[in-house]
Design a protein around this ligand. Structure first.
Ligand code: ATP
Length: 438
């Protein structure tokens, strides 16, 4: 466990790198921006897609017991009545009587406004679901919600998936998608936003085996972050106290990451019992149980739910990758991304813009870009170009020089060690595949 309570890098450093290099931009910036809403730029979208791909590979592709789903954001309003969101998905809101800023009562200490010290109103419960209207008439009967979690799309499809896949317990359904919460106090860059993406598994098990499966998922999800290069000492599992548990949960743990603002949740892993299926069965009037051929019993499965944030984990991977070291020009900034997450895997850099060299460099680039996201860069000095690739976390640069014209070989330069090796172009794909491992 880490002895520090703060990561080495500040959030301002990460925000400015993200803006400067095109990972994230503020939404609608030319109109002054929309508060706490972010767009992913050319590198950010690659990082985010890589996070999602790595998750899908680990929980769907490499397992026999999970299948995927992509349910709609808009759902029947009764879904949110059954799930308890209409009644319970609220945070306590207080307002400063002096400056009128609003705060989440459980996020502030004391009972004075953190901004101006003014008196606060009594807390009132504020429902976090975004509402809109379906169809042309804005009336109560047309209200629909933007989903605040992807999980309910899985529960309402439980019988469909069971029937079409003929899966036996234990089995799970995985889904990645947008969720929306009208957070009272968003902030810390992309950590808490009103529109975000989740990666959720609902894992259905026989009651009585739930605690064992909960342990399995705690370990498996913790290991996933470590396998993608997150430092173990920047990760911890924290068990929820009785007073923190959601109304449906028997037990819950958070995977927490040591962000610049301190330890904060990137994933929640809850034992949701049979709460959701029982509720949907009751409210919809449909049977949502499971027939166990072995015992001849009908029962409603229990559910273990590992629920991760795409944006929060991407932010964690960004913070964790950040490194600075002294060099001849002052400071070398290196994003030490795991190769599977690096937005650009290989950059092709011809040493000069002479035509015979750029022709060969373009041929090499054409060879590599079929396999990976690559960049071709022939501007500025080679040193500047290496630094630029280091700052966006590109694991390998391939340099094409005048010797290449004679020996048909190029130099591979590795980001972290800056070591360079000479490789025949004929072996380049194999050499990079072995080094990248993806
Ligand atoms: P918090 O306590 O931080 O509000 P939560 O416990 O309500 O989070 P869950 O409902 O467990 O969050 O959601 C699962 C995951 O979805 C979280 O671990 C987080 O990664 C992500 N998530 C939830 N709310 C947000 C948000 N407003 N912005 C970005 N990601 C979010």
């Amino acid at each position: 466990m880490a002895s520090t309570e703060r990561s080495k890098v500040s959030m301002d450093t990460i925000v400015s790198l993200c803006k400067r290099r095109g990972f994230m931009y503020q939404s609608s910036e030319i109109y002054g921006g929309l508060g706490s809403v972010w767009d992913y730029g050319p590198l950010g979208v690659e990082l985010k897609n890589n996070v999602k791909r790595a998750w899908w590979k680990a929980v769907v592709q490499e397992r026999d017991d999970l299948v995927g789903l992509d349910s709609a954001i808009l759902m029947h309003p009764q879904v949110w009545v059954a799930s308890g969101h209409v009644e319970n998905f609220s945070d306590p809101l207080v307002e400063c009587k002096n400056c009128h800023q609003r705060w989440r009562a459980d996020h502030i200490e004391g009972n004075a406004c953190p901004s101006c010290g003014g008196d606060l109103t009594e807390p009132r419960m504020f429902n976090l679901m975004f509402k809109t209207f379906m169809g042309p008439v804005e009336e109560a009967a047309a209200v629909v919600y933007l989903r605040p979690e992807t999980a309910q799309g899985i529960f309402v499809n439980f019988q469909n998936v069971l029937t079409t896949t003929r899966k036996k317990l234990p089995f799970g359904i995985a889904q990645i998608g947008k969720s929306f919460r009208n957070e009272i106090t968003p902030g810390n860059f992309t950590f808490r936003t009103r529109e975000f993406e989740q990666m959720e598994v609902e894992y259905f098990v026989k009651p009585g085996t739930d605690e064992e499966w909960h342990k399995h998922w705690l370990q498996s999800r913790f290991d996933w972050y470590v396998s993608l290069g997150m430092k173990r000492e920047h990760l911890r599992l924290r068990e929820h106290g009785r007073d923190e548990l959601a109304h449906y949960a028997k037990a819950c743990y958070d995977v927490e990451y040591l962000f610049p603002m301190g330890w904060s949740e990137i994933e929640g892993i809850a034992n949701r019992t049979d709460f959701d299926l029982v509720q949907h069965s009751r409210v919809s009037g449909k049977e949502l149980d499971y027939y166990d051929e072995q015992s001849g019993e009908h029962f409603i499965p229990y559910v273990i739910e590992p629920s991760a944030g795409v944006d929060r984990s991407a932010l964690g991977f960004l913070v964790d990758a950040y490194d600075e070291e002294p060099d001849k020009e002052g400071t070398r900034v290196v994003m030490r991304f795991h190769p599977a997450l690096a937005p650009i895997k290989v950059a092709v850099l011809p040493l000069s813009k002479k035509e015979n060299l750029t022709k060969l460099a373009h041929d090499v680039h054409a060879l590599l870009r079929k396999r990976w996201m690559t960049q071709y860069d022939d501007t500025q000095s080679i040193g500047r170009r290496y630094r630029r690739q280091d700052e966006i976390g590109t694991p390998f640069c391939v340099t094409v020089d005048f010797d290449s014209l004679n020996d048909n070989a190029v130099t591979i330069r590795e980001r972290d060690s800056m070591e360079q090796i000479r490789v025949p172009i004929a072996n380049l794909l194999n050499a990079l595949t072995a080094k990248l491992g993806c």
